[in-house]
Design a protein around this ligand. Structure first.
Ligand code: PBG
Length: 324
């Protein structure tokens, strides 16, 4: 059929009609809310490059997590800032670390909320790289040993999902093996499978003071030019025991989300990263964009691209908007 017999506008004439033919929906249950946990108590320090997001002490992080749960979000993902950074990031796997404490308290306060914890070292090392360095280069296999310790300490605290984000070779297998050895067979692995060496992580690195002090992360994070390589990474992580695979960043990599969605039977997560959030906030502050509408449209686009869940700093805002 052709125009004028067929008129595409007929089904757009009213909200009721549009709703009937709507192909994609976004809901609060699609969202995972990231939280940045710092030492201390009563701390809620706004992150300058991420308006509306905070560095929270454990007590405040628990409140934010409860808020996310009440709004219908499915989970939170925790990142920690240690008291002291060192060369290997040893505070990361301390059972008394801020993330481990937050896991325990959030699981108690909001038992139904899924709690994921980012398993990486860049927030914990004094050089800002995602593992141990050997002569200035990331030592892959030595870093895996520490990652195994980290995964187990999260599991002991009661985490639902360990989320290794360092893009080291073998990182999913190292997590699975160590978790199983310690009897944590029920803890899932959310693999940051296709994580690109992106400039969109800038505000996140401000929040955690985690920018690499020298060099960059291009020897482990993926080249933004590559798509087929994302499938190889996904296949590797699947074979090592990943329960989820993630594509990151989100919108600029919507093609990768679709590609991964079409090639794996695992659930696919998208991370709408700090830079994507900051852009919306900054433009809205100038009155150049409508934050609410642009946020919902961004999240809808990630779903349409094929994401099953979305990690987003806009989780609470979007959940409130969807509630109306
Ligand atoms: C840690 C990590 C990063 C992000 C999530 N986990 C930063 C990085 O790799 O440098 C970025 C998240 C964001 O920008 O919102 N490896």
């Amino acid at each position: 059929m052709q125009f004028p017999d067929y008129r595409a506008r007929r089904m757009r004439r009213s909200e009721k009609l549009r709703a009937m033919v709507r192909e994609t929906r976004v809901a609060a249950s699609d969202f995972i809310y990231p939280l940045f946990v710092v030492p201390g108590s009563g701390v809620a320090r706004e992150i300058p490059s991420m308006p509306g997001q905070y560095n929270y002490s454990v007590d405040k992080a628990v409140e934010a997590a409860q808020n996310a749960a009440e709004l219908g979000c499915s989970g939170v993902i925790l990142f920690g800032i240690p008291e002291k950074k060192d060369a290997v990031g040893s505070e990361a796997w301390s059972d008394k670390g801020v993330v481990q404490q937050a896991i325990r308290r959030i699981k108690k306060a909001a038992p139904d909320l899924a709690v994921a914890a980012d398993a990486c070292f860049c927030e914990y090392t004094d050089h800002g790289h995602c593992g141990v360095l050997l002569e200035g280069e990331l030592d892959n296999d030595a870093s895996l040993e520490n990652l195994a310790r980290l995964a187990v300490s999260y599991a002991r605290a009661g985490v639902d999902l360990v989320a290794p984000s360092g893009m080291l070779d073998g990182f999913v297998g190292a997590c699975r093996e160590s978790l199983d050895e310690e009897g944590h067979t029920g803890v899932g692995i959310l693999a940051y499978s296709a994580k690109y060496a992106s400039a969109f992580y800038g505000p996140f690195r401000d929040a955690l003071d985690s920018a690499p002090r020298s060099g960059d992360k291009k020897t482990y994070q993926m080249d933004p030019a590559n798509a087929r390589e994302a499938l190889r990474e996904v296949m590797l992580d699947e074979s090592e025991g990943a329960d989820w695979v993630m594509v990151k960043p989100g919108l600029v990599y919507a093609d990768i989300i679709r590609l991964v969605r079409d090639h794996t039977a695992l659930p696919v997560a998208a991370y709408h990263v700090s830079g994507e959030y900051a852009m919306l906030r900054a433009a809205a502050e100038r009155g150049w964009l409508d934050y609410d509408r642009c946020l919902l449209e961004s999240l809808l686009s990630l779903k349409r691209a094929g994401a099953d869940v979305i990690f987003t700093y806009g989780a609470l805002d979007a959940a409130r908007l969807l509630r109306g």
